[in-house]
Design a protein around this ligand. Structure first.
Ligand SMILES: NC(=O)c1ccc[n+]([C@@H]2O[C@H](COP(=O)([O-])OP(=O)(O)OC[C@H]3O[C@@H](n4cnc5c(N)ncnc54)[C@H](O)[C@@H]3O)[C@@H](O)[C@H]2O)c1
Length: 270
């Protein structure tokens, strides 16, 4: 029997990368999935974002595990659209137990694009706030649950550089920690646990693309600053999924208010 039999997980940014990996890993443990993703480009993001075909692939991979999945294109910045997608999932799957605020953008490159700061804060911070807000009441009605918000090593260390997208990324990922700590306190009486994960570089299309590689190679101090302590250049999406699986399972039933690095020793490094 899986660790999440009978549970339902709401996952943002589920079309590809870590979000897809979380959907699959949680489904392997018995969870049904409510998946949302924007599936289109945001102009300040220079690398290609997800497509409807990506979200369809997540659906077929979860269904191949014999789990149910309700997927919708929704933008975490649009509270009403996100609420509608969430409500449709809950109506079909009967409730929600797990919320993963995973959707994010990294508008960084050698060329600064308009609206980088505004967009990254809107998606990575306000979008995470919206995600918890749309799901909070349903978790309370369920009698408890677990929320994991995806921050970053940039939510612990000051590695934002000096351009608006990088500064906004780091500020938003620190902001997510403030949200997590506040929600962990306010939702504890409802038996809802709230934690953050802090990945180092992860092998996903967000960083494995020409724009990000050019950006990192353009500034050797940045690529040195990005090196992990353990001899691994990047971790895999499933490494984050496994940490999240632990956080949302009963194995972590008294773990709340925690910032969990999955970072190959990055944040502990001098
Ligand atoms: N990849 C890394 O190195 C790394 C490291 C630390 C933290 N993170 C964080 O992990 C999370 C997942 O990123 P990933 O590595 O899987 O990247 P990714 O780009 O592959 O996946 C992110 C997903 O979020 C979706 N998304 C973006 N904006 C959205 C919006 N407004 N509404 C709904 N969906 C939206 C994208 O379409 C995409 O499918 C992000 O929050 C990211 O900041 C990534």
């Amino acid at each position: 029997m899986g660790k999440l039999e009978g549970k339902v997980a709401f996952i943002t940014g589920a079309a590809r990368g870590q979000g897809r990996s979380h959907a699959i890993r949680l489904a392997q443990e018995g969870a049904d999935i409510i998946a949302v993703d924007i599936c289109k480009q945001i102009d300040s993001v220079a690398y290609p974002m997800s497509t409807p075909e990506d979200l369809a692939e997540t659906v077929s991979e979860v269904e191949a595990l014999d789990r149910r999945i309700v997927a919708a294109e929704a933008d975490v910045r649009d509270r009403d659209g996100l609420q509608a997608a969430f409500d449709a999932g809950v109506a079909q799957l009967g409730g929600v137990d797990i919320v993963l605020g995973n959707a994010g953008i990294a508008p960084m490159g050698v060329n600064v694009l308009p609206n980088e700061w505004d967009d990254v804060v809107a998606v990575n911070l306000t979008g995470v706030y919206n995600t918890v807000e749309v799901a909070k009441q349903a978790l309370i009605e369920r009698g408890g649950g677990a929320i994991v918000l995806t921050s970053s090593t940039a939510g612990i260390n000051g590695i934002g550089g000096s351009q608006p997208g990088g500064l906004g990324y780091t500020a938003s990922k620190h902001g997510v920690v403030g949200l997590m700590r506040s929600y962990a306190n306010s939702l504890a009486e409802h038996s809802i646990r709230v934690n953050t994960v802090h990945p180092t570089g992860v092998n996903t299309p967000m960083v494995v693309n020409d724009v990000m590689q050019e950006f990192l190679q353009n500034d050797p101090s940045l690529s040195n600053a990005m090196a992990n302590a353990l001899p691994v250049p990047m971790v895999e999406a499933v490494d984050i999924s496994n940490a999240i699986l632990w956080l949302v399972s009963d194995d972590a039933r008294y773990v709340t208010g925690v910032t969990l690095p999955v970072d190959a020793g990055f944040t502990n490094k001098k």
